[in-house]
Design a protein around this ligand. Structure first.
Ligand code: SF4
Length: 235
């Protein structure tokens, strides 16, 4: 007999027993079929922002984001239908048209998996902008930012409770920013590095890595860092 806290659903034709309060993604993980994700990270809360984890639920008008949709008894789910794959492919193509994803193995892998056309929207407006280099620890290259929100969550309630970054602007002009666009040292940032650790695209990058990519050697990097510490009054 089925336990009271267990439901049965069908995933790609296979009957699966699952805890009744689980999300679709949690159940997919137990059967080794996790949906692809962009905004979700194991250290941050699922918010259903990117819509890349969508699955098709029989009888539902719209695709369901697996990371935030709870399973129901009798649900019939398709994870690999044409509709699901077309949606995931289009999201990737639109992101790739406006954001520099060249340093994101996660996103490059998904584009290969879903056969995304990297040239589909050649006229798209891009998010090209200068790198923000205003502190000794990391740079912010928002040309590579796909607004997944992971860094904001890591800086806030999910890890650090520092709240130095948030979202500013509207529509296409929306961006990850500090209050009043201040430099990082002027914010509440404690330079914990959690935002850098969860960023999927290298939009946030440690300073040493950044300098190495600019071609600086070990001694030059040390000199640069010493200069920055002096500028910030730290030595
Ligand atoms: S900076 Fe990175 S972690 Fe933050 S929203 Fe942009 S892509 Fe996501």
């Amino acid at each position: 007999m089925k336990e009271r806290n267990t439901i049965t659903l069908t995933i790609d034709g296979e009957a699966i027993d699952a805890p009744k309060d689980a999300t679709i993604q949690q159940v997919l993980e137990t059967i080794n079929k996790p949906a692809p994700i962009i905004c979700y990270h194991e250290a941050t809360t699922s918010e259903g922002i990117c819509r890349q984890c969508v699955v098709e639920v029989e009888g539902w008008r719209v695709l369901a984001p697996a990371c935030v949709t709870k399973v129901n008894d009798g649900m019939v789910i398709f994870t690999n239908s044409d509709r699901v794959n077309r949606s995931r492919r289009t999201i990737l193509e639109m992101l790739n048209a406006s954001v520099d994803l060249s340093e994101s193995p996660e996103l490059q892998g998904q584009m290969d998996q879903f056969d995304a056309d990297r040239e589909r929207f050649p006229q798209a407006k891009t998010r090209a902008q200068d790198v923000k280099d205003d502190n000794p620890f990391f740079v912010r290259d928002y040309e590579k930012c796909l607004m997944c929100w992971r860094c904001v969550q890591a800086c806030g309630d999910d890890i650090q409770y520092t709240y130095s970054i948030s979202v500013g602007g509207r529509g296409f002009e929306s961006k990850i920013s500090t209050f009043f666009d201040s430099s990082m040292p002027e914010t509440t940032c404690v330079f914990c590095g959690n935002c850098v650790a969860v960023c999927p695209t290298n939009a946030l990058k440690g300073k040493t890595e950044y300098f190495m990519e600019l071609g600086l050697d070990y001694d030059q990097i040390r000199q640069e860092k010493r200069k920055e510490r002096k500028k910030n009054g730290d030595g």
